[in-house]
Design a protein around this ligand. Structure first.
Ligand code: OAA
Length: 177
């Protein structure tokens, strides 16, 4: 599994042996540099600790841009998708998640829903979302790439760093060091 381009001390928190948690240690050391993205996230990916440089998509019940981005190389990157919190359509399923895994993405955060949660749970990639629905979107190529997103009263901009574990999601303006 590729390691993200963070300082080795943080990499050891993310990838070290028997590491179960990341955010508590990060907030103990770097609280002044972190913003908590305070939403009721559920964990769906087979990898519970992940970090990377943020790429953003904004879309509503259409995951065309999500599919297109995750088909591109993603080593060291996390895709953050603002789906307006919709529970009507899934913005990620197992095929798109597999594509992300094959392309080296560290993780995917969806302010909305996913489907194929059983299969995604077996994939070694980070996936967090608000919930699940079995219904997929219609792909009409609607949505915007690399715009600033407002989630959990935090502005999430492309190029920021995102850190996630079972305790939540946090972002920083730059790589913590
Ligand atoms: O295609 C979709 O919209 C979602 C899906 O089912 C998959 O990724 O397998």
């Amino acid at each position: 599994m590729a390691q993200v381009s963070t300082p080795s001390s943080i990499n050891s928190m993310i990838f070290g042996p028997e590491v179960d948690d990341l955010l508590p240690d990060l907030f103990d050391s770097y609280a002044d540099k972190l913003q908590l993205v305070n939403e009721t996230w559920c964990n769906y990916g087979g990898r519970t600790i992940f970090a990377g440089e943020v790429v953003t998509v904004s879309c509503f019940e259409d995951n065309s841009k999500v599919k297109a981005q995750l088909a591109l190389p993603g080593v060291g990157k996390v895709l953050v998708v603002h789906g307006q919190g919709s529970f009507a359509k899934a913005l990620l399923g197992d095929m798109i998640a597999k594509s992300a895994l094959d392309n080296g993405w560290e993780g995917i955060v969806i302010y909305g829903c996913i489907r194929d949660a059983g299969a995604i749970a077996k994939m070694p990639i980070g996936v967090k979302a608000l919930g699940v629905t079995p219904i997929k979107t219609q792909k009409r190529d609607l949505g915007e790439l690399n715009v600033t997103l407002e989630i959990g009263q935090v502005s999430i901009k492309p190029g920021m760093m995102l850190y996630a574990d079972l305790n939540g999601i946090a972002i920083s303006e730059s790589v913590l060091s």
